[in-house]
Ligand binder design. Structure first.
Ligand SMILES: [Zn+2]
Length: 146
């Protein structure tokens, strides 16, 4: 829809949110969190997004909601199989960008209790990687989504 939407821009391959695309179909785009200024990111942090600009969960069509639920379920199973995490967390918040997106991310084994669920990567033992590691993991996750 709009020129200012950061997620619509991302889907066009533009802007600060662009990350490695893991999988997509006509309704859903699944991508990995982009690398930061240090050239790395936590591995196993995905975004499941509606291809159409819909501002929130309740604004999705039923067909889109089903497609997103299926993609999130498959991606969660992929994260479980590929990373063996303690948990796979999922969150739909939508306060920062008004384009439907679901966070889906691994909490690694032995993450200290003091790391909150939404900041699971904030400890030295979390698995980080650069573009090559993200591309490799994304390719493996895509097999679970296809
Ligand atoms: Zn948008």
């Amino acid at each position: 829809m709009t020129g200012e939407c950061l997620i619509c821009a991302k889907h066009r391959g533009e802007g600060p949110l662009v990350g490695h695309r893991v999988w997509a179909d006509e309704h859903v785009i699944v991508s990995h969190r982009p690398v930061g200024n240090d050239g790395t990111t936590v591995l196993g942090y995905l975004f499941v997004e509606s291809r159409r600009h819909a501002p929130s969960l309740d604004a999705l069509t039923e067909v889109e909601a089903v497609a997103i639920a299926r993609a999130a379920w498959r991606a969660a199973r992929g994260l479980r199989a590929e990373l063996g995490p303690e948990f796979v967390f999922s969150a739909i918040v939508g306060r920062s960008v008004a384009h439907f997106h679901q966070h889906l991310f691994a909490r690694y084994q032995n993450t200290p209790e003091q790391c909150s669920w939404m900041d699971s990567a904030a400890w030295p033992g979390s698995k980080r990687g650069g573009l090559d590691e993200v591309a490799d993991l994304s390719a493996r996750l895509a097999l679970h989504l296809g």
